[in-house]
Design a protein around this ligand. Structure first.
Ligand code: NAP
Length: 245
């Protein structure tokens, strides 16, 4: 039987891990100049909307797609659902679980970055922004606040006038997160509910720092969701994929 041709929409730790377990073609958006590459075949750059993705799936004779993009990459996730339906091939969403609020947390849950920005002036003056460099623009008008933002590559304008940029790639441990929050005298943190390593959320809880938590965008209806790489490997194996080892 010929090997299943599976496409993994990546850009996440889970996408890389899946590509290490099953032979797949990984797709990256190409946003970072020095990305952590998954093992195996990799293609880079947008497909050109739903039409472009459908064309790619047909031309490359893709049998199945795993959408392992970041929980906030809602456009790519919607395009994957539409294009796989049109091409008549199965789609699995691989999405790690989000964080859940614990009793000692001081979360302010909001639907999007704009709502996070609107809430900030009431919560503090010194803000740790961990929402990624493409999210900085939403906070650009807040000239009365001091921001520390962290991202792998520098953000681009528009940016708030009082902004210190920390260029670092995770994962970060609890001690490092605690130290950063204290060193910058942070009094409020903004994060997307990405899930995964919870060190920054744990550190904020310990220090009793309020967190503006941006909720995940909704998932497309009717698409199966796997919470772990193991479950995605099983799904691909059931379709005919054979493991790397
Ligand atoms: P997005 O807003 O959902 O997607 C915008 C466009 O980027 C898509 O329509 C598609 O272009 C292209 N694209 C996105 N992911 C792609 C992929 N894996 N392969 C090929 N093209 C892709 O996405 P985003 O939020 O900008 O995220 C871009 C990438 O960064 C994703 O791979 C995601 O996993 C990763 N990432 C995102 C975040 C976040 O907070 N959003 C955080 C960490 C990592 P076309 O329409 O031309 O096909």
């Amino acid at each position: 039987m010929p090997q299943l041709r599976a496409l993994v929409l990546g850009g996440t730790t889970e996408g890389r891990a899946l590509a290490g377990r099953v032979p797949v073609i990984s797709s990256l958006a190409g946003r970072t100049s020095n990305p952590l590459l998954p093992p195996g075949e990799v293609r880079t750059g947008g497909f050109g909307g739903v039409d472009g993705l459908e064309r790619y799936l047909r031309e490359e004779r893709i049998d199945a797609v795993v959408d392992a993009t970041h929980p906030f990459a809602a456009t790519m996730t919607a395009h994957a659902a539409a294009a796989t339906t049109r091409a008549g091939i199965p789609l699995l969403i691989l999405r790690r679980p989000g964080w859940t609020e614990q009793p000692a947390d001081r979360w302010h849950r909001v639907a999007d970055l704009e709502a996070a920005a609107a809430l900030l002036p009431a919560l503090g003056k010194r803000v740790f922004l961990t929402t990624g460099r493409q999210s900085i623009a939403a906070f650009a008008a807040l000239d009365g606040l001091r921001f520390v933002s962290r991202s792998v590559e520098p953000p681009v304008p528009p940016m708030p006038p009082h902004l210190e940029v920390v260029l670092e790639r995770g994962p970060f441990d609890l001690a490092a997160e605690r130290e950063l929050l204290l060193r910058h005298r942070i009094d409020v943190m903004v994060t997307k509910n990405s899930g995964g390593s919870a060190a920054k959320v744990d550190a904020a809880r310990e220090l009793r720092i309020p967190v503006v938590m941006v909720d995940r965008p909704p998932l497309p209806a009717g698409v199966p969701v796997a919470a772990t790489v193991d479950a995605a490997v099983e799904w691909l194996t059931a379709l005919g994929a054979t493991g790397r080892r």
